[in-house]
Design a protein around this ligand. Structure first.
Ligand SMILES: *[C@@H]1O[C@H](CO)[C@@H](O)[C@H](O)[C@H]1NC(C)=O
Ligand SMILES: *[C@@H]1O[C@H](CO)[C@@H](O)[C@H](O)[C@H]1NC(C)=O
Ligand SMILES: *[C@@H]1O[C@H](CO)[C@@H](O)[C@H](O)[C@H]1NC(C)=O
Ligand SMILES: *[C@@H]1O[C@H](CO)[C@@H](O)[C@H](O)[C@H]1NC(C)=O
Ligand SMILES: *[C@@H]1O[C@H](CO)[C@@H](O)[C@H](O)[C@H]1NC(C)=O
Length: 410
């Protein structure tokens, strides 16, 4: 089976280099960066009557060259700038029996460590209504000096957290030296926003656990606005859809918390199932992902959103206005053909964790490339300039690339 795939890939590459627009021919001539593959959009624009059309965005990724993951998939020359001249993409931690690296990636530069949470209520998460999920940490100084795509497995340390932290699903920061975690709650225990000391004894201070006395559904993700310092967060129904929270009692919405006054309000509504959130570096644009197509125990429905919306952030009220579609994702495997966590780099490129890896769009919303893992990523964090640490459930990958993060981008 491998030979035909290779022949196909070569024939495909030859076709795309010979017929592609000028820049693709230039790139082919001057050789691609390591671990990367060029996929010229014109090469698959027409598949014909006998084409191998994909029946679902949820059962396979889009990998027309049949390249063995992980690799960089280039659709547009703008992605070459993101990758730089000598990128690498390497699996750096793994555990086949435990989805230890699902969400809430936070890079703490002072420790050169990345913190993250295991899957809450989903596959291989080892967590449910009776069992909390885990927050772990890797130290990037444990990595070998030169990574080249050959997998390594650095140790993961588990944090011993206070009982107030239940089912961590998102995080950002560091905020005033602390991890800023957002939790989905568990059973009757309330979803919350909390500061957690990244150092032992990992003590926590809960900043919010209700909306005027009512529990949130299951809080999901959080970012700090880069100019106002207010906290913006999403509330959605996945705690219920993953069997560890009661039936929801409020709409799925985006809220703002003023951390100085404790005041909380809604800034955006009318979602199917809102999920990740991010701001551009200037704070003028907000992105919110909607993963409605993934319905937990309700199943998958491909006619529901797998969508990133963009908004203008009103400079006075910080309400999210002028919602428009930024991107709809094509991808790609197991149960998650949806864009989940989302980050923005200093050049305004947008990264989102999808079913086959990390998709990257330029600020205009063109899909310029993928960090193709062949497996699901729910989120990622910039770990200082040129390093992107990617959560992939049972694995963590490090992409060494050229871009650097926007303020508060984790
Ligand atoms: C599609 O496949 C059928 C059956 O093998 C063949 O008869 C037909 O010519 C093919 N059509 C095209 C456009 O290749
Ligand atoms: C992998 O995760 C399991 C929990 O499912 C744990 O018992 C085991 O120690 C982990 N293995 C490694 C190598 O960390
Ligand atoms: C990468 O480095 C490892 C260990 O240094 C080496 O064994 C391997 O052959 C290298 N792989 C490539 C593709 O250069
Ligand atoms: C942890 O405890 C120390 C010592 O009491 C305190 O100064 C710090 O604010 C606490 N951090 C959090 C996040 O609660
Ligand atoms: C899928 O979603 C659409 C739009 O919400 C709805 O009309 C349709 O009934 C759903 N299909 C299934 C099988 O649930």
């Amino acid at each position: 089976m491998r030979i035909p795939i290779l022949v196909c890939a070569l024939a495909y590459a030859a076709y795309s280099f010979a017929n592609g627009p000028t820049w693709q021919r230039d790139v082919a001539a001057s050789s691609l960066p390591p671990q990367s593959v060029l996929v010229d959009p014109s090469s698959f624009a027409v598949m014909g009557a006998n084409g191998s059309f994909r029946p679902s965005a949820f059962d396979s990724g889009f990998n027309p060259t049949g390249t063995e993951p992980p690799f960089f998939q280039i659709f547009d020359q703008a992605f070459l700038k993101v990758l730089g001249k000598a990128p690498s993409l390497t699996e750096i931690a793994s555990n086949d029996t435990f989805a230890f690296a699902h969400e809430a990636p936070i890079y703490v530069a002072a420790l050169d460590s990345v913190f993250f949470a295991s899957n809450d209520g989903g596959a291989l998460g080892n967590s449910d209504i009776d069992h909390n999920n885990k927050v772990g940490r890797i130290d990037l100084k444990d990595l070998p000096a030169h990574l080249n795509g050959t997998a390594v497995n650095i140790p993961v340390a588990e944090l011993d957290l206070p009982q107030s932290i239940q089912m961590t699903n998102g995080g950002t920061g560091p905020y005033r030296g602390n991890l800023l975690l957002i939790t989905s709650g568990r059973g009757p225990l309330p979803p919350s926003i909390a500061l957690v000391n990244p150092n032992p004894p990992h003590n926590a201070t809960v900043l919010l656990d209700n909306f005027f006395g009512r529990q949130f559904n299951s809080l999901n993700d959080i970012k700090i606005h880069p100019t106002s310092g207010n906290m913006f967060f999403t509330d959605t129904v996945y705690g219920w859809l993953n069997h560890f929270r009661p039936e929801p009692l409020m709409p799925n919405q985006v809220y703002r918390l003023n951390p100085e006054t404790g005041a909380v309000r809604v800034v955006a509504t009318d979602f199917d199932r809102n999920n990740g959130i991010a701001f551009t570096g200037d704070g003028k644009t907000a992105y919110v992902t909607d993963t409605g197509a993934q319905g937990g125990f309700l199943g998958i429905n491909q006619t529901q959103p797998a969508t990133i919306y963009a908004y203008d952030v009103d400079p006075t009220t910080e309400m999210f206005a002028n919602r428009r579609i930024f991107a709809y994702t094509d991808a790609g495997k197991s149960s998650t053909g949806i864009p989940d966590g989302i980050q923005v780099d200093t050049a305004g490129n947008v990264y989102s964790g999808c079913g086959d890896g990390v998709h990257v769009w330029n600020s205009a919303g063109d899909l310029i490339g993928k960090i193709f893992l062949g497996t699901t990523s729910a989120n990622m964090a910039f770990a200082g300039p040129g390093r992107l640490v990617i959560m992939a459930e049972t694995k963590i990958f490090l992409a060494e690339i050229a871009t650097s993060p926007s303020l508060f981008s984790s």
